[in-house]
Write a protein that binds this ligand. Structure first.
Ligand code: ADP
Ligand code: MG
Length: 397
C-alpha cells in the first residue's frame, strides 16, 4: 500500500475506534513516528553521535475533552494494542507508579504539567502501526504523540527540544527505562527526506539529506526478542563508564582508538572490546553522515556492515537471527541490490536496517524474508520507508 494511504487509513481507523467507543467524533487527531537508526548504536549514552530517521510508521491518537464530569481530574485511555483500557491522573499530584503501558502517557502528562501545560480531563484512543518492542521505538512515538496531544488540548506548544527531553524524562521516571535522547528527538524533529545527525552531548541535531530516489531504506523485523536477564543494558552502560574512568575521560566520546590501545593493559578484555565498539562506532557515524551528504553509498554500506560486526563481536548485543539476516543481505550483495546492512536498535532481536537500490528493493525484500523463513521457520516482517515527518496535529477542533 502507498504510504500516504496507509497513514490516512491509520488515522481514519483511530477516528472510527474513538467514535465506536465514545459515541462522538474526536476533536483532535495527532501522530508521531517511530524511527530507525541508520548507524550509531549504543553511542548515545556515551555522549556520542547517532544517525536516525523517522519512519513511515506512527502512533496516532484520536482524542477529545472528557464529556461531563465523570472523569474529574483524570483521562481515559484505550489502546488498540492493549486489551484493557486505563485511567491516568491529569490533575493534582502525579507520581510514578507500577510500570504499565499507560505509564508512558502518565509520565508525559506529568512532564507537560510541570512545563505549565494543563490538558484537563480527556478521552483518547491510541492506534499504531509501529511494532511494540521491535526496536523501532514505539515507546518514544507514544510519548511524543501524547505530548503533541497535550499541546493541542492546552492550546500552547512547547519548545521542540524541551518537548523531546520531557518525553525522555517520562520514559526514565515512569517506565523506568534509562534511554538516551535519540528516539524522542527524531520523533519530534524528523523531516521528510532527511536523516538526523544528533550530537547526544550537545543535544544538537543536524539534518542530513537522504533524498536520492535511487536508494531505499529497508527495515526487516526478525520477529524475535530474546528475553535475557534484563540487565544487559545497564551492564553495557556500566562497562562503558568504567572504561571511560580508566581512560581518564568524561565519556567514551572523548577517547580515541590510539588512546584505547595505549591503555590496553589497564583494561580488562571485556572493557577493552566494549570501548572499542563505542569509539569506532562514533567514528563510523560521523563518517557515514559525510558519506550520506556526498551520496557515497558504497562507503555508507561498508560502514553499516562494519557497525554490525562491531556490535556482534565487540559489544556482543546481536543474536543468531540478526546475524543471519545480515549474512543473507551480504550474500544478495551489490549485484542483487544490497548496499549495506546492520542490526539496528538495542539488539538481542528486533530489526535490521538495509540500504538497497530502489529498483531492486522489492526483490531484496522478498529474498530476505524467504531465505530467513527457510532457515529459521520464523516469518520476518519487512517494509521500506522514506525519512518521514516528525510529530504533527492531523485534526484540530
Ligand atoms: P520499542 O520502543 O522498541 O518499541 P519499548 O520496550 O521501549 O520498545 O516500548 C514498548 C512499550 O511501549 C510497550 O510494551 C508498551 O508498554 C508501550 N507502547 C508502545 N506503543 C504502544 C501502543 N500503541 N499502545 C500502548 N502501549 C504502547
Ligand atoms: Mg523504546
Amino acid at each position: 500500500m502507498n504510504t500516504q494511504r496507509a497513514a490516512d487509513r491509520l488515522a481514519e481507523e483511530a477516528v472510527g475506534l474513538f467514535e465506536e467507543q465514545m459515541g462522538r467524533s474526536p476533536r483532535w487527531v495527532v501522530a508521531a513516528p517511530g524511527r530507525v537508526n541508520l548507524i550509531g548504536e549504543h553511542t548515545d549514552y556515551n555522549d556520542g553521535f547517532v544517525l536516525p530517521m523517522a519512519i513511515e510508521r506512527r502512533v496516532v491518537i484520536a482524542a477529545d475533552r472528557a464529556a461531563g464530569s465523570a472523569l474529574d481530574g483524570r483521562a481515559r485511555l484505550i489502546s488498540s494494542a492493549e486489551k484493557a483500557p486505563a485511567t491516568i491522573a491529569v490533575d493534582g499530584e502525579i507520581r510514578p507508579g507500577e510500570v504499565h503501558w499507560s505509564s508512558y502517557v502518565q509520565g508525559v502528562v506529568a512532564g507537560c504539567r510541570e512545563a505549565g501545560l494543563k490538558p484537563g480531563p480527556f478521552e483518547a484512543v491510541i492506534h499504531s502501526d509501529v511494532p511494540l518492542g521491535g526496536g523501532l521505538s514505539s515507546s518514544a512515538a507514544l510519548e511524543v504523540a501524547v505530548a503533541t496531544l497535550v499541546e493541542a488540548l492546552a492550546g500552547r506548544t512547547l519548545d521542540p527540544i524541551a518537548k523531546a527531553l520531557l518525553c525522555q524524562k517520562a520514559e526514565h521516571e515512569y517506565a523506568r527505562m534509562p534511554c538516551g535522547i535519540m528516539d524522542q528527538f527524531i520523533s519530534v524533529l524528523g523531516e521528510p527526506d532527511r536523516a538526523m545527525l544528533l550530537d547526544c552531548r550537545a543535544q544538537r541535531a543536524e539534518m542530513v539529506a537522504l533524498d536520492d530516489p535511487s536508494v531505499t531504506v529497508l527495515i526487516v523485523n526478525s520477529n524475535v526478542k530474546h528475553e535475557l536477564t534484563g540487565s544487559e543494558y545497564p551492564q553495557r552502560r556500566a562497562a562503558c563508564e568504567e572504561a571511560a574512568r580508566i581512560l581518564g575521560v568524561a565519556a567514551l566520546r572523548d577517547a580515541t582508538l590510539e588512546g584505547l590501545d595505549a591503555a590496553r593493559e589497564r583494561l580488562s578484555e571485556e572493557h577493552y572490546r566494549r570501548a572499542r565498539h563505542v569509539i569506532s562506532e562514533i567514528n563510523r557515524t560521523l563518517h557515514a553522515a559525510e558519506a550520506l551528504k556526498g551520496r557515497d553509498w558504497q562507503t555508507v554500506g561498508r560502514l553499516m556492515y562494519a557497525s554490525h560486526a562491531s556490535l556482534r563481536d565487540d559489544y556482543e548485543v546481536s543474536c543468531e537471527e540478526l546475524d543471519l539476516l545480515v549474512e543473507i543481505a551480504r550474500s544478495i550483495g551489490v549485484a542483487g541490490g544490497v548496499i549495506g546492512c546492520r542490526m539496528t536498535g538495542g539488539g538481542f532481536g528486533g530489526c535490521t536496517v538495509s540500504l538497497v537500490e530502489s529498483r531492486k528493493a522489492e526483490a531484496v525484500r522478498e529474498a530476505l524474508c524467504r531465505q530467513y523463513g527457510e532457515k529459521t521457520g520464523i516469518e520476518a516482517a519487512a517494509f521500506a520507508s522514506r525519512p518521514a515527518q516528525g510529530a504533527c496535529v492531523l485534526r484540530r477542533a
